[in-house]
Design a binder for this molecule. Structure first.
Ligand code: 13P
Length: 288
């Protein structure tokens, strides 16, 4: 199956009161682990690519071609969207050209008028190409690709301004942050989420910083209109822990040199388990 826009899967999720997981990819092994899990569980899936990860994989064209070829070779039939995560204005155009089926324009750090103008332009381009577009209002806290933001709560009126431009989905800051949550984290602001929901109506909402949010909060967020949840750090931590254990047990050093098929296998298995666990919580299993 070819890459698809995230529009249909997110509208289905919103109506069915579950969320589709966006899992970020960093290399071939991660991509393969996530695709195989989605297929096995019959779940739609969104593969997220940060600009840094795209650069690491030698560019967005490499990523788009790798993912499309992998879907073909692995005979993946569940809906898969390839999505730029926290894209810059320039990055969005590069991904559109490279063949991504979904992009996020993160204009949250611009004054609202500039965020509106750039988002409006991208809505027109994406509509013409059948690509889904995510916009952001209110910076998500924590660190991503070296950029540190402090968790904000979005202004619901600004959310409406951006939603009315015709984006496919909206990420609104509700006190969520990327990476691990600090021990004194105040939790998600459901008050903000409800206020945003009241302003934007049926627009599917996106929850970033999916790592470490308690299950009850995730479920409540889904009941209030969240239809896409992003997870990155949790897969990284799971991969790291499984690899560390494998190396500590001395299994990699058998005098045969580095073999990625062996050394990376426990990490891949850990990613598969993490993705499965998240899909169970998000309710996307058997929703392909
Ligand atoms: P985490 O790294 O906290 O899971 O967040 C991922 C994310 O929101 C990507 O946009």
């Amino acid at each position: 199956m070819a890459l698809v826009s995230a529009k249909e899967m997110l509208e289905k999720a919103r109506d069915g009161k579950y969320a589709v997981g966006q899992f970020n990819i960093n290399n071939l092994e991660w991509t393969k682990s996530i695709l195989q899990t989605a297929q096995e569980l019959n779940s739609p899936v969104i593969l997220g690519v940060s600009e840094g990860a795209g650069k690491y994989m030698t560019g967005f064209k490499t990523v788009a071609n790798m993912v499309s070829a992998m879907i073909d070779e692995l005979k993946i039939t569940v809906p898969v969207a390839l999505h730029l995560d926290h894209g810059t204005y320039e990055g969005c155009y590069k991904c559109i050209e490279a063949g991504f089926s979904s992009i996020m324009f993160d204009g949250s750090h611009f004054p609202i008028e500039e965020n509106v103008a750039k988002t409006k332009e991208l809505v027109a381009v994406c509509n013409e190409k059948g690509i889904s577009l995510e916009a952001e209002v209110g910076a998500i806290g924590g660190e991503e690709d070296g950029v540190v933001g402090k968790g904000e709560c979005a202004n619901p009126d600004e959310c409406k301004k951006i939603a009315d431009l015709g984006v496919t989905m909206l990420a609104a800051g509700i006190g969520n942050i990327h990476g691990k949550y600090p021990a004194d984290w105040a939790g998600l602001s459901f008050e903000t989420l409800e206020a945003v929901k009241n302003k934007v109506g049926k627009m599917p909402l996106v929850l970033h910083g999916g790592t470490g949010i308690p299950t009850e909060m995730i479920k409540k967020a889904i009941s209030l209109g969240v239809a896409k949840i992003n997870v990155n750090t949790e897969c990284q931590l799971a991969f790291q822990e499984a690899t560390r254990k494998y190396i500590e047990e001395g299994k990699d050093l058998q005098g045969k040199g580095f073999d990625p098929r062996k050394l990376l296998a426990p990490g891949c298995q850990a990613i598969k388990e993490t993705v499965k666990e998240k899909m169970e919580i998000f309710g996307s299993i058997n929703k392909a």
